[in-house]
Design a protein around this ligand. Sequence first.
Ligand code: SF4
Length: 378
Amino acid sequence: MKRCKDYAAHYPKWNDWKWQVANRITTADGIAGFLGMTEAEKNDVGQCLSAFRMAITPYYASLIDPNDPDDPIRKVCVPSIQETYPCENDMADPLGEVSDSPVPHIVHRYPDRVLFLITLRCSTYCRYCTRRRVVGEEDRIITEPELKTALWYIRSHPEIRDVLISGGDPLVMSTEKLEHILSELRAIPHVDIIRIGTRVPVVLPMRITEELLAMLKKYQPIWINTHFAHPQEITPASGRACAAIVDAGIPLGNQTVLLRGINDRAEILKELFLKLVHLRVRPYYLYQCDLSQGIGHFRTTVDEGIEIMHALTGNISGYAVPKFVIDAPGGGGKVPINYNYVLSKDNREVVMENFRGEIYRYPQPAVRQNRADNPPTE
Ligand code: SF4
């Protein structure tokens, strides 16, 4: 792909999502030519590609400022030589998904919900992907026999009321195949909520078509969680995609990974979260970066995350402040991490600090004296 001022005018099929997927940038030569890289930079990319795959939609690549080596979108999608440096705590499966997988493609960790990984394919591969051990290894979706086994598992566990469909990116599948899976899930009486995790509104917004939304609406209640990492990803096209999803009656949330050198400053995340709320997208989680292989250079300290959350909390609307969590390595699940606002607590009072650092006291009720089974004595 060549750089130009008006891509839609230059490439007649620019707004066709299948054209975008078919024309992804996947080689060192392709990205070097597009960004005007030096030979050394191109060789670095080539070296990374021997370990981890690259794919970038033309749309997402067009958001990169080629004159800025620190461009955040470039860092999100273009391999860096740092991916080849081993880090002490790297893990192939940092979230312990393999050990919580009773049948292929299902991760059953929490009591009432499962993660259902229906594809290994994404339109654009994020360099910090936690599931990079499998995602992008092969461009393949779940096979029919694998689907039957996964559905059998969900059917035979009546405690499962919430299925999170992820991958890979489920919305890169054909509408027909996705509908097949959704209709099978919706036919299971105890499945109440179906959630879809997708980065399509960010990297392939033209995929949010009327045809797709009309199909999704048949299988409500559906929730979608997307994945904006930086305010530069909010464009007229991604804004339209989010608006179309919400207008279709599908609640839209967002999860962001805290990434060194990309979004690790309170003012960047404040801008991102406020813009998302403006788009009617609820910031849901801010994740501490996981321990996947080759992504150690993206990790911040946990204290940096706590400081950012402290800077945001109380200073912007609560709707714009996500939960900061660590997905505990080894499969411990998500653990909320907070600034410690409670300075002391006993039966009489709670002493706490507010968002301005001022100290307040909250008197505790005399709980035991008011309980019906323990009436007050004269
Ligand atoms: S879209 Fe999600 S699954 Fe795909 S590469 Fe990015 S983080 Fe990984």
